[in-house]
Design a binder for this molecule. Sequence first.
Ligand code: 0PR
Length: 365
Amino acid sequence: MRETGCPEETLFSFLSRKRREDLGYRNILSSMCTPPHPVAARAHAMFLETNLGDPGLFPGTADLERLLVRRLGALTHLPLAGGYATSGGTESNIQAFRIAKKRKPTRSPNVVVPESGHFSFQKASDILGIEVRAAPLDAEFRMDVDAVDGLMDKDTIALIGIAGTTEYGMIDPIAHLSDLALDREVFLHVDAAFGGMVIPFLDRQIPFDFRLPGVDSISIDPHKMGMSTIPAGCLLVRDPEYFSSLNVDTPYLTVKQEYTLAGTRPGAPVAAAVAVLEYLGLEGMRAVVAGCMENTRRLIEGMETLGYERAVTPDVNVATFSGDRVPATWRVSRTRAGHMRIVCMPHVDRDVIEAFLEDMSGLDA
Ligand code: 0PR
C-alpha cells in the first residue's frame, strides 16, 4: 500500500483509465449478463452498505429479500417456496447439493447431471466429495432421461435437470425427470439460473418448475435475464424446512442461526432485483423476453441465409451455429462441441443483430 494517500482526482483518473480498458456490452454476444436496468442501478445505489448477513440490522432490506423469494416463488408456481438470495447460479447449485447430501446420508454419494451441466457442478462435487455422473444428451442437446435410470444406484442423492442450458439454450425434459425422481424417491434440483427468468414469460408454457411434484429446488438468477446488478442469484426450495439441515449457530448475530453459504451478503443487488420485477411487472418482463426471442429467431434466419447452419433450434435465447470465423470487433463464444454461440441478451437488440449479420456477410461462410 502507499504510505500517503493519493489525491482523489488522480485516483479517479486512474480508475477511469482502467474502466475504459473494459469492453462495452454493445459488441458482446457471449455473455449471460447485461447492463443493469436503470431502476436496478438506482436501487443498488440506495442499498450499497446493507448486509443481509446480519438481517436484524437491516430489517427493511431483509424484507426485500423475502419479497424477492415470494415473487420468484410465485413465478415458479409455489408462492410459499423457501429461498434466499445467493451470489449466483454457482452458489445456488452448491447449496442444492449440500441439501441433497444432508437429506440422504451415504458413504459415497453421487448425483446424475446432464453432460450439458454448468461447470459449477464440478465445483460443488469437488467441495462436497460427491461423484458426478454425466447423463448423455439426445440429438437436440437435451438430457436423455432414459439413460438416467441406468446411472443411478442406492448412493444417488440427487438428479439435476437444466432449464435453459448455458451452451445451447435447451430445456431438459424436467417433467420426465420429475416422474423418475418421485419414483426413485430422490432429490431433484433444476438449474434454471438462466432460463428461470425467461421460461415463465414465454408464450409457450414449458413445465420446469414446482408445478412438477418431483422438483425440490430451483436455481434462478436475477443477474442474468433479470437485468439486476451483479451478484444476484436465488435458490428456491419446495419446503423452507429443507434449509434447516444447513443451519449453523451464529451466536453473536441478530439471528441465531444461518443456512446461507456466504456470511456477509450484499443487499444492494437484492433491492435491484426486486426493483426490476416491480417496475416491469409480468407485462414488462414478457415484452423483454419476447424481444430477445424474436431477435434470436432473426439471428438464426439471417445466419442461415449466409450459410451458417444452426446447431439446434433453442428453447431460450441462446443461438448456436456451425462456422468459426467472426469479425474481430465482435465477441462470441464457442461451445465444448465447437459451435459458435451467441446469447441474445436484452442489450443484443435488433440493431446489434443487423450490424452483426452485416459484418458476417463480409466473410465467406
Ligand atoms: N447454471 C447455468 C445454467 C449457467 O448458465 C450459469 C452461468 C451458472 C449456473 C453459474 O452462474 P454464476 O456464474 O452466476 O455463478 N452461465 C454463464 C456461463 O458460464 C455465466 C457467464 C455470464 C459467463 C457472463 C460469461 C459472462 O460474460 O457462460
